[in-house]
Ligand binder design. Sequence first.
Ligand SMILES: Cc1cc2nc3c(=O)[nH]c(=O)nc-3n(C[C@H](O)[C@H](O)[C@H](O)COP(=O)(O)OP(=O)(O)OC[C@H]3O[C@@H](n4cnc5c(N)ncnc54)[C@H](O)[C@@H]3O)c2cc1C
Length: 468
Amino acid sequence: MNTTELQSLKARLHGRLILPADPDYDTARRVYNGMIDKRPAAIAQCADTADVVAVLAFARESETLLAVRGGGHHGAGLGVCDDGVVLDLSPMREVRVDDASREVRVAGGATWGEVDRATQPFGLAVPSGIISTTGVAGLTLGGGHGYLTRKYGLTIDNLIGAEVVLADGRVVTASASEHDDLFWALRGGGGNFGVVTSFRFRAQPVGEVYAGPTLWPVERAAEVLRWYDDFMRQAPDDVYGFFAFLNVPPAPFFPAELHGRTMCAVIWCVTGPIAAAERALEPARRLGPPAFTMLGAMPFGALQTMHDALMPPGLQWYWKGDFVRELNEQAIAEHVRYGSALPTALSTMHLYPIDGAANRVDRHATAFSFRDARWSMVMAGIDPDPAKAPQITRWAKDYWSALHPHSMGAAYVNFMMEEGTPRVRATYRDNFDRLAAIKAKYDPANLFRVNQNIEPLTGGSGSRSAAP
Ligand SMILES: Cc1cc2nc3c(=O)[nH]c(=O)nc-3n(C[C@H](O)[C@H](O)[C@H](O)COP(=O)(O)OP(=O)(O)OC[C@H]3O[C@@H](n4cnc5c(N)ncnc54)[C@H](O)[C@@H]3O)c2cc1C
């Protein structure tokens, strides 16, 4: 890549091409995880699909490393790279709702907050995650789990189509009736197959939910985990609650005496009539008086923003995860050990339920394979201070090592750092070979490789080692 090539790309774009000498270069190269400090040669802020086509042609012809960025939230910092070009979709954020058909079109650089703002006035929601600041693109392409998973499935189970710019520059539609192999791969296979410029979802009727946290002293964590396991096994799909170890933030709605205390919690989101939701959570009250509970009816969009202020961009993050099917006594003991010893105020462990409707989809129906898991687990070391990076990394790795033997042996691609080809392969189990074949069809030169990479199938084996 030389200056003339960059200048020619700059002239073709409707959006901006930001270069290292530009005053906003440092802002533009930043991603959500403050631990990531990569210096691309250029950042192309794409204004439209034509810009995406132009940037892909540039990367292909100049053989430049390419990183694609949606919301920039991936923990491993996959929305940026050293020396290459970043295709940044953040200017493309339009969300359009057709309330009659419940179809929602979302541009490739939007965040979930923008989707909620557009859908909630119609009493609709697209099942997403548990925070509003994550990008729609990365979350969806990895599968997407959150507050509505037990009721309405993963985010990909609500995806009905996508506009994709392929590695060779063609713009295609992927859906059940067009490029159905690509559509299958996009639903869980990550950013391996093309740049999605627009997603088409079917939204669900979700206005108000009964939601909020219940907190118990960490000394009761083993008892609470056993109860939670049992309760969730029998709970109807309307009931969602993710388990967490956390330090109580010094927010005014928490009693001052709890501020800074390490506790265990379940953060609930119950759909359906409010009176029924109250009754559904009655067993949680019978567990004995919690240290604190703040449950009530609220708009779904408000619940989605509850964690936003606590987790601003720029913090140091190191996380690892695994899919989990059972909580045996040894696993509970290790959870109590590491969960009681959170290394910093913001560090946390979450067990996100992915059963209910998500479990009822066949594991070969989409690329997302772990349809038989009950939880997607993540241990996240988090702190604003870069000097704490080694400490939070060590804790997350040690915690993960203690729990990995009790897991299903593989993780959600959106909760992995750069952990190598065997871990990516494990995520897809017997869907992997089909993914590698589809990769060979749509991206044979592996242009899209700054991701949880699936190498194109070559002559049958399909698994050389990945190196972005
Ligand atoms: C605070 C926080 C909370 C989270 N909570 C949840 C949760 O509740 N549920 C959940 O499922 N996940 C959750 N995640 C994980 C989240 O799904 C991933 O971080 C996801 O990758 C974010 O998507 P993004 O577009 O912001 O990321 P990016 O870093 O921009 O991209 C992630 C990957 O997707 C690719 N990509 C991005 N945009 C496109 C595109 N338009 N076309 C093709 N490829 C693209 C990138 O190349 C990269 O490989 C959370 C993450 C954070 C930091």
